[in-house]
Design a protein around this ligand. Structure first.
Ligand SMILES: [Zn+2]
Length: 617
């Protein structure tokens, strides 16, 4: 399957000449053998962007933006790789149906969702049953109007445990598909199906393109089920629906967000609906989880600024710390809005209309200032307090993982400058303290290394079988050179795979790249960057791979260089094994054991020794 996908990627790339693609977005002029343009990725005045038709890549000499035709679309349109590929495929008239089976599966699931949405909705809007009337009454009490309810596609799932099931049977639906999307549950021992949502208002959860992929259900306030079921219940994670990455209302809010340049994140579905009803159209909500990196990556596709809305002034202390940490490494602005009187957005909007809510958004405070204000308020102007404040903020900065790319560095510089200004300390002093804290965090991380840190991960949240987070410890020059050569010349991957074990690569990011190159090779797919992009959902790491490729391309006699690199790896391994034996020697007590180790060190072992470099004859 990966190989089909890789073939399509290559086909799309071949059909998308970088000069004409870039030229369809911005004005491009010839300059010698290449082309140039005003760079769209920074505030450019004279053309700094160079587009190279030979290597099919681009580079900005001013801001450092660079990549191939996919990277250009990803950065310009702010989309992920798959969407960039889809865009270019459409442009080139290439069909992406690599795997009709898989597409069909998805289409079936989406179709089941659509069917259920309509059933629930009709029930809410039209059913004469008293239950449905209660549901309508409840929404009316919440001051949600008919058009809003329709716009968001709300529905009602009745109390009976087989309401949806009976409809599905009558309509000839595939019950297993309804189970796959989390609407029906299956009893043990083949005793049939039951409705998962009962006596609940149904909120369709849609992806950014407006397709319903899951439901959130809110139980009716007087429901007999209330005592033994949660107030809110979401679809469990399904092939369509991943709670961690979805944002309620994004399909509707994205257009306004593009206009006004910001997205406001609130906590509840009804907050989003009421804001929309009152004309504040750029609001979304997470699915009952704290904001995570997946969300941030989604949000930044649609707006350069994210405003977190908190109910009360001290409500989100912890949330602010986490969000700050999260945003340090991303090219997004983060601001905090606090609502007056500790009201939630829905109550505020209902009781006072859109104005105070809008005002709160307009007055949202930059997250760093927000945090500083709080800390300084607590310290009441004492020097000790200021010191504590600096330490706390630098601590948050030091905890954020450093990712390749410039966004993080720029953010850190900005934060240090502002800290120094606000507190009247020299920047050098702040940087020095930051260095100390960073060292401490690194040591701490090393101590905790074996049991993979818990909490939320900065890696794109992937299914368990792929892409762990590459951590940023410096890679050795030898490891870098290996990747440079392999990425510049994919045919060399087979050579490396025969001789070099993955475990010999220390740097987690580089090891991941190598691992995926090996598995592409094994799957019979060309092990190159286009192949990697399908299996590594980590833009920063792919950007790094492209850098390596560029360096590698500049080298001549790559097979010879690879030989040298592999020999050096082998020499190191032998050296390490020897060292290990030597260490054992110094700590060995009996003469006999010592002699045995000595023999092995001299290469006269028995052939069963695990540390032996070469097999014995
Ligand atoms: Zn630029």
């Amino acid at each position: 399957m990966v190989s089909d996908q890789a073939a399509i990627t290559r086909q799309v790339k071949d059909a998308s000449d970088i000069v004409s693609v870039v030229g369809s977005y911005i004005h491009v002029v010839p300059a010698g053998a290449s082309f140039k343009a005003i760079c769209p990725f920074h505030n450019d005045t004279r053309p700094s962007l160079q587009i190279d038709p030979k290597w099919q890549n681009y580079r900005c000499w001013s801001c450092g933006a660079k990549g191939d035709v996919f990277s250009f679309i990803q950065n310009y349109e702010r989309v992920g790789f798959m969407e960039a590929r889809e865009l270019l495929a459409r442009r080139a008239g290439i069909s992406l149906e690599a795997n009709p089976q898989e597409n069909l599966f998805r289409v079936r699931l989406l179709d089941a969702m659509k069917w259920a949405e309509v059933a629930y909705q009709n029930n809410l809007l039209e059913s004469p049953d008293s239950e449905a009337q209660t549901a309508r009454l409840y929404l009316g009490e919440r001051k949600l109007t008919g058009p809003t309810v329709r716009q968001f596609g709300l529905g009602f799932a009745p109390l009976a445990g087989d309401w949806l099931l009976q409809r599905a049977i009558n309509d000839g639906r595939d019950l297993n598909v309804l189970k796959d999307v989390g609407l029906l549950g299956e009893r043990e021992n083949n005793r049939g199906f039951y409705d998962r949502f009962r006596d609940r208002i149904m909120f369709p959860i849609r992806d950014s393109r407006g397709q319903t992929v899951g439901f959130g259900g809110r139980i009716l306030p007087n429901s007999p089920l209330l005592e033994r079921s949660p107030k809110y219940y979401n679809s469990s994670d399904t092939p369509l629906f991943q709670k961690k990455e979805l944002l309620f209302g994004l399909d509707l809010a994205r257009h306004e967000a593009a206009k006004v340049g910001s997205l406001a994140v609130v906590e509840g579905y009804t907050d989003v609906m009421m804001a929309t009803q009152c004309g504040v159209l750029n609001t979304v909500a997470t699915m009952g989880t704290a904001l995570n990196e997946r969300h941030v990556l989604q949000l930044r596709r649609f707006a350069p600024k994210v405003i977190l809305v908190y109910d009360a002034d001290d409500g989100g202390e912890l949330g602010v710390d986490r969000a700050l940490e999260l945003f340090i490494e991303h090219d997004v602005e983060l601001a905090i809005a606090t609502l007056p009187d500790g009201l939630d957005p829905c109550d505020l909007l209902v009781s006072q209309g859109a104005d105070p809510f809008r005002k709160a958004l307009d007055n949202a405070v930059d997250a760093l200032d927000y945090k500083l204000n709080h800390l300084l308020e607590k310290s009441q102007g004492s020097t000790v307090g200021a010191k504590v404040a600096v330490d706390e903020i630098l601590g948050i900065m030091a905890s954020a993982p450093e990712r390749p790319g410039q966004a993080g560095q720029v953010k850190r510089e900005l934060m240090v400058t502002r800290l120094a200004q606000r507190l009247g300390i020299r920047q050098e002093t702040v940087w020095a303290r930051y260095g100390e804290l960073r060292q401490e965090k690194k040591k701490e991380a090393a101590r905790n290394a074996p049991q993979q840190s818990g909490g939320y991960s900065y890696a794109p949240q992937q299914p368990a079988n792929s892409t762990p987070t590459p951590k940023a410890a410096p890679a050795s020059p030898l490891e870098k050179q290996l990747l440079e050569l392999l990425l510049a010349e994919p045919s060399l991957v087979a050579v490396a795979k025969n001789e070099l074990k993955l475990e010999e690569i220390q740097h987690p990011g580089l090891r991941l790249l190598l691992e995926k190159l090996y598995s592409l090779q094994e799957a019979g797919t060309t092990p190159d960057i286009d192949g990697l992009r399908l299996v590594i959902d980590h833009p920063a790491l792919i950007a790094k791979a492209m850098e390596f490729q560029e360096v590698g391309r500049a080298a001549s006699e790559r097979p010879v260089l690879l030989r040298k690199v592999l020999d050096e790896f082998e020499r190191r391994t032998l050296q390490a094994n020897k060292q290990q034996l030597q260490n054992r020697l110094t700590s060995t007590i009996t003469d006999e054991a010592a002699m045995d180790i000595l023999r092995k060190l001299q290469g006269r072992g028995t052939g069963t020794d695990p540390f032996q470099g070469a097999p014995q004859s």
